[in-house]
Design a protein around this ligand. Structure first.
Ligand SMILES: NC(=O)c1ccc[n+]([C@@H]2O[C@H](COP(=O)([O-])OP(=O)(O)OC[C@H]3O[C@@H](n4cnc5c(N)ncnc54)[C@H](OP(=O)(O)O)[C@@H]3O)[C@@H](O)[C@H]2O)c1
Length: 235
C-alpha cells in the first residue's frame, strides 16, 4: 500500500492515535479519525467523527459517510481504548462494561463496518490494539487484560474469515508508552512492569508506528492473524 492511502484511525484526539494520525498525514494519506471529544487535529486531508466507538448507530453512520466521501477505506487502525487499574475484587461491574464496550465492542463494530467496504474492494488492512498486560497476566489489570484478550482472539478469527477477501487483520501490543492512559500508574508498579520486558524501557509512539506500518505495507500481504508485542514480551 503506497502513500495516498485512505486510513480510518479510532481515538485520534490524543495519545498514540493522534501520533499515528499526524504520521499518516505527513506521509500524504487521507485520514478519518474519531473520539468522543472534538477534533484536536486540523488538516485538509483529515476528517473527524465525534462519536463513542461502542455506539453502533454512530459507527455505522461514520463509516458510511467516510466511504461515501473517499470512495474506499484502505486501512483501519482500531486504536481507541481505555484502561482501568484495580484489583478484580474491587472492580465495579460498570467498569467491566465500559472497558469491554470501548476496547472490544468498539473494535468489533469498526471491523465489521469497515470490512464490508474492504470486501467489496477485495483488499484492506486492519490493525487492532492489544497490550503486553494480556500476555504478562498483569495483576491489577484483569479487566483491561481480558478485554484485550478478546480483541486478540477476535483478530485471529477475523483474519481467517477475511483472508479470502484479500484483507489482513493483525494486532500490535505496546508496552507502556507515556500517554494519558498510563499517567496514574504508580512508579513502583511501572518499574516492575518494565522489568518484565526483554528491553527495559518505555515504548515510544515511533515504536508503535513502526509495527503498524509493517502490517500496512504492501509486502505484508501474506501476514495475518498475528499479534506483535513490543519490548520482547512473548505471547
Ligand atoms: N499508552 C500505553 O502505555 C499503552 C500500552 C499498551 C496498549 N495501549 C493501547 O493503545 C491504545 C491507545 O492508547 P493511548 O495510550 O494513546 O490512550 P489515550 O492517550 O488515553 O488516548 C485514547 C484515545 O482513544 C479515545 N477514546 C477512548 N474511549 C473512546 C470511546 N469510547 N469512543 C471513542 N474514542 C475513545 C480517546 O478520546 P476521547 O476520550 O475523547 O474519546 C483518545 O483519543 C489503546 O487501545 C490502549 O489500550 C496503550
Amino acid at each position: 500500500m503506497k502513500t495516498g492511502r485512505v486510513i480510518f484511525i479510532t481515538g485520534t484526539s490524543r495519545g498514540l492515535g493522534l501520533g499515528l494520525a499526524e504520521h499518516c498525514l505527513a506521509q500524504g494519506d487521507t485520514v478519518c479519525g474519531c473520539s468522543r471529544a472534538p477534533a484536536t487535529l486540523t488538516d485538509a486531508r483529515y476528517s473527524h467523527y465525534e462519536l463513542d466507538v461502542s455506539d453502533e448507530k454512530a459507527v455505522v453512520a461514520a463509516v458510511r459517510a467516510a466511504v461515501r466521501r473517499h470512495g474506499r477505506i484502505d486501512a483501519l487502525v482500531n486504536n481507541a481504548g481505555i484502561a482501568s487499574m484495580n484489583h478484580a475484587l474491587l472492580s465495579p461491574a460498570v467498569t467491566a462494561q465500559q472497558i469491554f464496550a470501548t476496547n472490544f465492542h468498539g473494535t468489533f463494530l469498526f471491523c465489521r463496518e469497515v470490512a464490508k467496504a474492504m470486501v467489496r474492494q477485495k483488499s484492506g488492512r486492519i490493525v487492532n490494539f492489544t497490550t503486553v498486560a494480556t500476555p504478562l497476566r498483569l495483576e491489577g489489570e484483569s479487566l483491561y487484560a481480558a478485554s484485550k484478550a478478546a480483541v486478540e482472539s477476535f483478530t485471529q478469527v477475523l483474519a481467517r474469515e477475511l483472508g479470502p477477501s484479500g484483507i489482513t487483520v493483525n494486532a500490535v501490543g505496546p508496552t507502556p508508552v507515556p500517554t494519558d492512559l498510563v499517567k496514574n500508574v504508580p512508579a513502583a508498579k511501572m518499574d516492575a512492569l518494565l522489568a518484565r520486558q526483554a528491553i527495559r524501557r518505555f515504548g515510544t509512539i515511533e515504536d508503535v508506528i513502526n509495527v503498524v506500518e509493517f502490517f500496512l505495507s504492501p509486502q505484508s500481504e501474506f501476514i495475518t492473524g498475528q499479534v506483535i508485542y513490543l519490548g520482547g514480551v512473548n505471547g
